[in-house]
Write a protein that binds this ligand. Structure first.
Ligand code: AMP
Length: 273
């Protein structure tokens, strides 16, 4: 496995490689969820590139940038064992200069849900993803459905900027009790870990209601909020795959999304129906 931190060196290395390239961008502290993206990339491409970069521009002032978990050595081992060909490990100065052009998230989709409370977050995400995709020029790039809004906005950017990469959406990997895997789960105390289960339980409740043919979104949201009590809920939303709100579940075209705070930790989860 090659480890490269300089973007121009990576571009140079990939320039003459006549192979399909699968790319998995991450912020490190790798877990099984990340690994499922890497495995899929490994299966579908001749060469696999993983990046680890805790992107400062997607953190708001007062968020957890400084204490975001960093596990560089363990991450390198995980990538090596997973058969990653190139690990891109840039420093901040390799990615950002002083006076920067940036991608602005779309006015509507970028500023609802997570974007409503984390104003500017998705502009930071899109800017770094644009940079990373330009550095790697992959055939396919892999993103988790867990970050559904991020995935949707990246798909939109790729389409609207006429980029050639194929965006591949990967299912959410969960702990055996249902909690969606996340690098931020390590912030949870054992009591909070139990409380956090309410998030996936609320989605299971919604799933059960849909199975009983209860498709009315306001009823579903109400029941979900009951399951989520007493967590501080940022939103419970039901959208179609184009990210527009709907009043009744449309099968094969709906996403139910939740964001709630457990202690100081903001956790996201969703199901795709
Ligand atoms: P992060 O390091 O949190 O920025 O995540 C890197 C990529 O892994 C993103 O595309 C995430 O959506 C994806 N990801 C994070 N958690 C999971 C999970 N539990 N299952 C599948 N993909 C995930």
């Amino acid at each position: 496995m090659k480890i490269i931190s300089n973007p121009l060196e990576l571009k140079e290395y990939l320039k003459d490689i006549d192979k399909s390239v699968g790319f998995v961008p991450t912020m490190g502290a790798l877990h099984e969820g990340h690994l499922s993206l890497i495995k899929k990339a490994r299966k579908e491409n001749e060469l696999v590139v993983v990046s680890i970069f805790v992107n400062p521009t997607q953190f708001l002032k007062g968020e957890d940038l400084d204490k975001y978990p960093r596990k560089d050595e363990a991450d390198k081992k995980i990538c090596l064992l997973a058969g990653v060909d190139v690990l891109f490990f840039p420093h901040k100065k390799d990615i950002y200069g002083d006076d920067e052009a940036k991608i602005e998230a779309p006015n509507v989709r970028g500023y609802v849900l997570e974007g409503a409370t984390r104003v500017g977050h998705f502009s930071g995400v899109l800017t770094v993803v644009m940079k990373l995709l330009n550095i790697v020029s992959p055939t396919r790039a892999y993103f988790g459905k867990k970050d559904a809004q991020q995935l949707n906005l990246i798909g939109l950017m790729v389409k609207q900027f006429f980029m050639s990469v194929e965006i591949v959406a990967v299912d959410t990997l969960r702990e055996s009790d249902g909690l969606a895997m996340s690098s931020r789960n390590i912030y949870l105390s054992s009591e909070q870990r139990v409380e956090a289960l309410k998030i996936s339980l609320s989605l299971q409740k919604a799933f059960g209601m849909v199975n009983q043919n209860i498709l009315d979104v306001s009823k579903i949201k109400e029941q979900m909020r009951t399951v989520l009590e007493p967590l501080e809920v940022s939103y419970v939303e039901v959208l179609n795959r184009d990210f527009a709100p709907i009043e009744s579940i449309e099968l094969k075209n709906s996403i139910i999304l939740v964001e709630a705070k457990v202690g100081d930790t903001r956790l996201l989860d969703n199901i795709w129906l």
